[in-house]
Design a protein around this ligand. Sequence first.
Ligand SMILES: Cc1ncc(COP(=O)(O)O)c(C=O)c1O
Length: 386
Amino acid sequence: MNGRPLLNRRLDGLGTTIFAEMSALATTTGAINLGQGFPDTDGPEEIREAAVRALREGKGNQYPPGPGVPELRTAVADHQHRFYGLDFDPDTEVLVTAGATEAIAAAMLALLEPGDEVIAFEPFYDSYAACVAMAGAKRVPLTLRAPSFRPDLDRLRSMVNPRTRLLLLNSPHNPTGMVLTPEERTAIAELAVEHDLLVVTDEVYEHLVFDGEHVPLISLPGMRERTVSVSSSGKTFSFTGWKVGWVTGSAALVSAVRTAKQYLTYVSAGPFQYAVAEALRLPDRYFADFRTDLRAKRDLLATGLAEAGFEVHPPQGTYFITTDIAPLGENDGFAFCRALPERCGVVAVPNAVFYDHPDAGRTQVRFAFCKRPEVLKQAVARLRGE
Ligand SMILES: Cc1ncc(COP(=O)(O)O)c(C=O)c1O
């Protein structure tokens, strides 16, 4: 091997094994896993049946079309119209991907050249740093600071320079739960237009906004031709293992992303695409009930964490609550999370893993509330030492 490191140097130092470590701890200690963001109940039975039906009927068992099956592309376009009044041509302006993760990777690989700068909110969802690095570009963090985690727009303006190519934005934001306000959306869109920037919006929690409203940035003036909007079925329909996501945007941008996607997975899981097409057509009541259910879970866990002595930063959206452990006399989220399963029988994640500079999130710890109420109640009881 000529003494060369095996791992590509662009990825070296980016990998975080914390999720694997914490899930392993949950298994060995029998702790309640509020670490990784996946629900502990599956999504609607009729949607699961739709996947079984597709498999049995031989729909999608062989390579589906590269851009995704027409049924799903049309359902995505109809969803964008129904919820946001946006019109996309399913043939040229919609692309099905292997989850939002592949959509983000393909967008970065397609749209960036080495040396380009990408501004993203820090703490970042963990794949962002790696995808920007794989494209040879440079990530430039705009740090969201507790307690409100609002983006500092003056700072954002000052960060834009001739090398800035793209804004990689996530709202509702994992892990902080921040949801952009109308003023913030407008300011960001104006900045993107003024500096002719591309924008990739990760909207996987679009249906999980509890306070405020999700409005896709692509719907703002001047954004249609410069935005790649990314979403996924995983969170909205509680089938995170199916990995069906999508991209919407102008034909030129979608075609660029499709070119990169073609060399990553070529196509995405066939039968699940038919099932997700049905899921996107569920009645409004499904989406409203889903949000109400998650809001109640957020409130249950937030109250319990506060009673257990954590400082709680209530999220406006997503699956997650960020807390601060300083009031508990703790000052290191990593050590706290490594000890917590043994100490209390609960698994959480240190937010430091989502920062370039771990010190920034040193005392922050993230808990997922996409679990059954009885599980959340038990976790709270354990954290309160009952
Ligand atoms: C902000 C964000 N983006 C993307 C993803 C990944 O989505 P998918 O499972 O559809 O690839 C997640 C999953 O946790 C996420 O939190």
